[in-house]
Design a protein around this ligand. Structure first.
Ligand SMILES: NC(=O)c1ccc[n+]([C@@H]2O[C@H](COP(=O)([O-])OP(=O)(O)OC[C@H]3O[C@@H](n4cnc5c(N)ncnc54)[C@H](OP(=O)(O)O)[C@@H]3O)[C@@H](O)[C@H]2O)c1
Length: 335
């Protein structure tokens, strides 16, 4: 039997993850039981939520138990199957975790994917990243033609797509926030946002006031904290805020404060959090429309592939330092 490298959570991280937070074990893959399928993991999606799941408290899923393989979404190929619906050679996606081999059981959340698309695309634009942008902007923020829109994390996987969808669907103005001048330039020059505020070097509140004299109709929030607060101070009447993520809080023991919620009352606005797993019925619509927009050249996206399962922890940290361009994927094996 092949050897399975598994990265286990050894202790709860404090801030960015370190090697001491994990234990790497190598063990032979157990012989396949009746009703199971063995999947060779090909690539892992690197997501901010991986870090959320490492915390002590449960989130929308239970916290990863100490000693368990680190939970992560990914894609693999079936190498042996005794499970109905899974054939050798099928491409499957699900919560495979940071390991080389994933044993899928009848209880696993695992889905067979269509063949023919690159694994990197299936994990980014046609995976949770692109679908979250689609559902967040259209169903949660309920974008309407003519809306004035702000997207934070605008150079990231979700944010970059969310802003382009707003543009396609007729927003009157789309402004992003990002953490470096290079990212802001890409967001404006390549993705077609009207402006991008560097939240590390500019006064976000003042810039929003200048750019939105009539207020912000839609805010797609990926970061929480001070950026959310600055947007709350600049809302138009009837504003809609979609809380997609709060990355500024994920590595902290307490989130940064937000003071301006009373403005939601004054402006009759609403703020709604969402988790993409509650919207599975909308995935096919999202993928169909994204495929069309990509083919027409109306949506651009970047994927950065890092080679080697052992690099998953350091790659996860780059989501929090911002040192990456677009969606991060760890390649575990050649497809
Ligand atoms: N609700 C859902 O179901 C769902 C599903 C998928 C993702 N999400 C959320 O969507 C958000 C984006 O995820 P993604 O996978 O596309 O990651 P990403 O945006 O590609 O990467 C994360 C980015 O966050 C920015 N960032 C890091 N720390 C920050 C801080 N303290 N303040 C402001 N910005 C900070 C960095 O960009 P800069 O260099 O610009 O700072 C970094 O590049 C995350 O909050 C994630 O949890 C939610």
């Amino acid at each position: 039997m092949p050897t399975n490298r598994r990265i286990l959570l050894a202790r709860r991280p404090d801030g960015l993850v370190t090697d001491a937070d994990f234990e790497v074990v190598e063990e032979p893959v157990a012989p396949l039981a009746e009703g199971d399928a063995l999947v060779r993991v090909l690539a892992l999606s690197v997501d901010p939520t991986n870090r959320v799941w490492m915390r002590e408290q449960d989130s929308y899923l239970p916290a990863i138990e100490l000693g368990a393989v680190v939970r992560a979404a990914g894609i693999g190929t079936v190498v042996e199957s005794k499970l109905d619906g899974f054939a050798t050679g099928d491409l499957v996606t699900g919560l495979c975790g940071w390991q080389d081999y994933w044993t899928v059981t009848a209880d696993s959340t695992a889905n067979v994917l269509p063949a023919g698309l690159p694994v990197e695309d299936l994990l980014s634009i046609y995976g949770v990243t692109g679908i979250t942008a689609y559902i967040g902007m259209l169903d949660v923020c309920e974008l309407r033609e003519g809306d004035a829109v702000v997207v934070s994390g605008a150079a990231g996987g979700v944010g970059s797509v969310a802003g382009q969808i707003a543009r396609i669907k007729g927003a009157s103005r789309v402004v992003g926030t990002a953490g470096t001048p290079e990212k802001c330039k890409w967001v404006v020059d390549e993705l077609g946002f009207d402006a991008c505020i560097n939240y590390r070097s500019e006064a976000v509140g003042e810039r929003l006031e200048e750019l939105f004299p009539d207020g912000i109709d839609v805010y797609f929030d990926n970061v929480g904290g001070p950026t959310l607060d600055a947007v709350l101070a600049n809302l138009a009447i009837g504003a809609r805020i979609g809380l997609c993520g709060a990355i500024s809080a994920y590595t902290r023991s307490t989130p940064l404060p937000v003071y301006n919620t009373p403005n939601l009352v004054m402006q009759r606005g609403r703020m709604r959090g969402f988790i993409i797993l509650d919207h599975l019925d909308r995935f096919p619509d999202a993928v169909m429309e994204l495929v069309g927009w990509v083919a027409e050249g109306r949506i651009k996206y970047r994927v950065e592939v890092v080679d080697g399962l052992e690099r998953a922890p350091e790659t996860l940290n780059r989501l929090f330092t911002g040192e990456h361009d677009g969606k991060l994927v760890v390649r575990v094996a050649e497809s």
